[in-house]
Write a protein that binds this ligand. Structure first.
Ligand code: PA5
Length: 447
């Protein structure tokens, strides 16, 4: 396939092709259990056929809502955290101009994010920016009770109501949440906000192809149809009918598993493109929250090259040999620039004069890959030919499918996240939340 390619040939100094392929039967079995919904966490497998199942009606209603909001406001604040944030965030970072802030606003509203932290300065600065501006809010929470987005929503909803009045504010707020449960659902019903439902069977980190990701993407003016089409293509390329050797998600999952069993416990997702930094954040959540259980799992880390070659490059080359690298390589762009030649050549760059900057970047990538492999770091390469909606759809579904297979190969449930409750209990105890009296008493003794 011209726009997507997986290359595992640079792992063979460490793990042979036979070793990877020894997991083929198991990987195919786990793939089938994802589709047949027979594995652990089977209540959360709605994402598996989401790209092919999403209806024209649903797409149209997302597009309609996005257009209506876009016509009324200059800014839209998307409020959410974790899986209710990272999908839209990575997509918009990947697709937007690097200097969007300094450019004149175009046809579509600027999408801003809130509720992904508890940083007072951030919300103060955001609130100041929105003062007197035309803005709308998309508030996203599956549980409808998460503290960070609830705090941001309370503040920004108040601000919006003060700026435009309660009645008009209602027209500018959209809620994306559970169909029935949670405080946000209740609030949306009482206030009469337009709302979208997060399907019960799509967990947060697997929800980018639901309104959670699609509405913010459509609001910013990108084609959700192309995004879905890319995911749909990958759905067909990774279906149980496809053989192991033809299925990139199964091969990636089996390769990671083979490396893990050989002591490669950390996977570094590397990119050579600043627009993909947040793709790594989304990927880290997907793999970290899915696999890190029962004292098992590859630790997902990330680097942004070439910048991080001047920092983390040292460790990757010569530090402890418990890492492997997965590189996302973008081979093309429509924006071109060549390095000029210079008659004096005082900076000694004439040897690369007239080359495109991307050519120099690709040589940095190739040189780094060879050096890291020589240094004992297995290398997996995932190539896309452009950063566009379709290819981001391919990547999203590829990583989701591989993550499901990987989790099952590890024999854990990749679709729950029991570990994220521990910090919340402590935070609620420290904040003396009603219902946490016993925990408050206990925690105070520890301080
Ligand atoms: O993947 C997950 O399930 C989590 O990261 C959630 O998305 C995150 O905790 C936010 O939850 P909610 O959407 O319920 O506010």
């Amino acid at each position: 396939m011209k726009n997507f390619r997986l290359d595992i040939s640079k792992i063979h100094n460490f793990v042979s092709k036979e070793e990877v392929f020894s997991f083929s039967e198991e990987a195919q079995k786990q793939l089938s259990s994802l589709h047949n919904k027979t594995g652990e966490g089977s209540d959360f497998l709605g994402w598996v056929d989401l790209p092919s199942q999403i209806s024209e009606n649903e797409i149209q209603s997302i597009e309609k809502c996005a257009n209506e909001l876009a016509n009324k406001v200059d800014f839209v604040v998307v409020i959410g955290i974790g899986g209710s944030y990272l999908g839209a965030k990575f997509f918009l970072e990947a697709m937007s101009s690097s200097f969007e802030w300094l450019e004149n606003k175009g046809k579509y509203p600027r999408v801003l994010f809130a509720g992904q932290n508890l940083v007072e300065e951030y919300i103060v600065e955001l609130s100041a920016l929105l003062k007197g501006k035309k803005f709308g809010i998309v508030v996203i929470s599956k549980s409808g009770t998460t503290t960070e987005p609830a705090v941001a929503f309370r503040i920004l909803k108040n601000q919006l109501e003060e700026q435009v009045g309660k009645d008009q504010a209602k027209e500018l707020i959209i809620a994306i949440t559970d169909a029935k449960k949670g405080a946000l659902r209740k609030l949306a019903n009482i206030e009469g906000y337009q709302s979208f439902v997060i399907p019960d069977d799509a967990g947060g980190r697997y929800s980018v192809l639901t309104p959670v990701g699609l509405l913010p993407i459509a609001i910013a003016g990108y084609s959700i149809r192309e995004f879905i089409n890319g995911a749909k293509k990958m759905e067909s390329l990774t279906s149980p009918e496809v053989s192991f050797e033809e299925n990139p998600a199964a091969i990636y999952a089996a390769t990671r598993h083979a490396l893990y069993l050989k002591g490669k416990k950390i996977e570094i997702l590397a990119n050579y493109h600043d627009k993909l930094v947040y793709l790594s954040e989304w990927w880290k959540q997907l793999y970290g929250e899915s696999e890190g259980k029962e004292n098992k799992g590859i630790f997902p880390a990330s680097v942004y090259f070439t910048a991080d070659l001047h920092s983390m490059g040292q460790y990757i080359q010569e530090g402890e040999r418990h890492i492997f690298e997965t590189v996302i390589s973008v081979t093309g762009s429509d924006k071109t620039m060549k390095i000029p030649s210079d008659i004096d050549n005082l900076d000694q760059l004439n040897y690369i004069a007239n080359k495109r900057i991307s050519e120099v970047n690709s040589k940095a990538e190739l040189g780094t890959m060879l050096a890291h492999v020589d240094g004992g770091v297995p290398n997996i390469r995932i190539e896309i030919d452009r950063i566009n909606e379709y290819n981001l759809g391919l990547l999203v579904y590829f990583f989701e499918k591989a993550c499901g297979i990987s989790g099952y190969l590890l024999n854990i449930n990749p679709f729950n996240q029991p570990g994220v409750e521990a910090y919340k209990t402590n935070m609620f105890a420290l904040l003396e939340k009603p219902g946490f009296e016993k925990e408050t008493e206990e925690i105070k003794k520890r301080l």
